[in-house]
Design a binder for this molecule. Structure first.
Ligand SMILES: [Zn+2]
Length: 238
C-alpha cells in the first residue's frame, strides 16, 4: 500500500517472512490476504518522515484490514485507509471492528519464530489482556504497546544470523505484558500526545553518510541489481 512512498523494500529475510506469513494470516483470519504498508526505502537508511525505525529492512507495517478479493489499482493503494481499531478516547477498542480475526492476525504474527516484536496500540494490547490470550505468555510477551499503531501492526524481525553487526533489541520482559508497563500508556499526558504519521523525522534531517555505521557505505555504493535501477532512488541521504 502507498507505493508512492517507495518503502516496499526489505532485507531478503523480511520478504521471505511476508511470503510465508501471508497465507498463514489468511488461514487464521479468513482474510483473502494481507495489505502491506511501509517496509524500508531502497537500501534502507533513515526515512525523511514518519518513523525512526524502518531503517534496516527488518521492519514492516501490516494493515488491520483484509485484502479484497481483487487486485487493487495503483490509485486505490494510495487512497484506501485501514479502519481505526481504537476508540476516540484512546483507551478502548472500536467494538464494531474488533473481533476474533484481529486477535488471530496479531497472534499469528507474534507466533512466528523469526519475529522479535509486534507493536500495537496500547488499547489493543489492553483488549488482548482482557481475553483468554492472557495465558499465552509465549506470544503475548512479544506484543508490545506503542504510540499510534491503531490501524496496523508493526512487525520487527530478529537480526539475521549472518549479520553480526545487527544489534538485537533488548529482550522482551518475561510474562504477558499485562502489567504496570501497560497501564503507564493510559496516563493522560501520553493519551494527549499526537504523533502525526507525516511529521518530519528530526533524526533524518541533515544526516550524511558519515553519521551512519560504516557498513552503510558498502550498501549505498553497491551497483543496482538488474531491473531495479529505475526504482532504486532514495531521498534524504547523500
Ligand atoms: Zn512501523
Amino acid at each position: 500500500m502507498r507505493i508512492s512512498r517507495n518503502r516496499h523494500w526489505g532485507h531478503p529475510e523480511l520478504v521471505q517472512f511476508l511470503e510465508r506469513f501471508a497465507p498463514l494470516a489468511s488461514q487464521a483470519t479468513g482474510w483473502k490476504g494481507i495489505l502491506i504498508g511501509d517496509m524500508a526505502q531502497p537500501r534502507g537508511g533513515p526515512l525523511p518522515f514518519g518513523h525512526k525505525s524502518h531503517q534496516i529492512g527488518l521492519d514492516v507495517d501490516i494493515w488491520f484490514m483484509p485484502m479484497p478479493d481483487r487486485v487493487l489499482s495503483a490509485k486505490e493503494r494510495e487512497d484506501i485507509s485501514a479502519p481505526n481499531l481504537v476508540a476516540a478516547d484512546g483507551k478502548h477498542i472500536n467494538d464494531k471492528i474488533w473481533g476474533s480475526a484481529a486477535i488471530a492476525f496479531i497472534r499469528t504474527a507474534a507466533e512466528q519464530p523469526e519475529v522479535e516484536r509486534v507493536l500495537v496500540n496500547a488499547a489493543i494490547k489492553k483488549e488482548l489482556c482482557r481475553g483468554k490470550s492472557t495465558k499465552d505468555q509465549s506470544w503475548m510477551s512479544k506484543v508490545r504497546p506503542w504510540y499510534g499503531h491503531a490501524d496496523h501492526i508493526h512487525v520487527r524481525l530478529k537480526c539475521p544470523t549472518d549479520s553480526p553487526d545487527c544489534r538485537t533489541q533488548p529482550a522482551v520482559p518475561a510474562g504477558n505484558g499485562c502489567d504496570k508497563s501497560l497501564t503507564h500508556w493510559f496516563a493522560d499526558w501520553i493519551l494527549r500526545l499526537k504523533i502525526p504519521d507525516a511529521s518530519p523525522s528530526p533524526s533524518a534531517k541533515g544526516l550524511t553518510l558519515k553519521d551512519l555505521p560504516s557498513a552503510c557505505a558498502a550498501v549505498l555504493n553497491a551497483p543496482a541489481s538488474p531491473g531495479n535501477a529505475a526504482t532504486d532512488e532514495r531521498p534524504g541521504l547523500r
